[in-house]
Design a protein around this ligand. Structure first.
Ligand SMILES: [Zn+2]
Length: 156
């Protein structure tokens, strides 16, 4: 059996009484984000879903302020996903639908979808409105990844 004491050879002012029954707590390290492969990064950058701690865009998106919603998510009967088009001029300005646009065909179009319950969003840029294959697939994947069994899809 070990002795119940040890001989302290340092300065008395620096000595600390440690009870013999003291057991140092196990120190847990913080979870470290994994390093994704190049293929995982390319795939993730399509929609940024699900959230990945190694993605700086996901981190920046989560760093936003409070969401400005009227109905708290806990009170929503069904999750609402809002989708809307935005038209961009060649100068990078968003064009309102009530503004006369001389050269609308040259403006880029984006479709944004926003899940009011989770705050996740999607933005797709394409040349013009319509059922474009990759846009339809991206929205489908986005809705699938949200994980809602039922939802309200709202657009104008
Ligand atoms: Zn991301």
């Amino acid at each position: 059996m070990e002795a119940a004491y040890e001989i302290w050879e340092g300065d008395v002012e620096n000595a600390v009484d440690v009870p013999q029954a003291f057991v140092a707590p196990v120190q847990l390290g913080l979870a470290q984000p994994s390093t994704p492969s190049d293929a995982e990064v390319v795939w993730h950058n399509q929609t940024h879903l699900p959230y990945e701690p190694w993605c700086t865009s996901c981190q920046a998106g989560k760093a936003r302020g409070h969401y400005h919603i009227k109905v708290p998510p806990s009170e929503m009967a069904l999750p609402i996903v809002q989708c809307d088009y935005t038209f961009w001029s060649n100068e990078g300005l968003a064009l309102k639908s009530d503004v006369v646009v001389i050269d609308k065909d040259r403006a880029a179009t984006s479709l944004t979808c926003y899940d009011m319950k989770t705050g996740f969003s999607l933005a797709i840029v394409f040349k013009k409105k319509g059922p474009i294959g990759y846009a339809v697939a991206s929205v489908g994947y986005f809705l699938e990844q949200l994980g809602h069994s039922h939802l309200v899809l709202r657009g104008d």
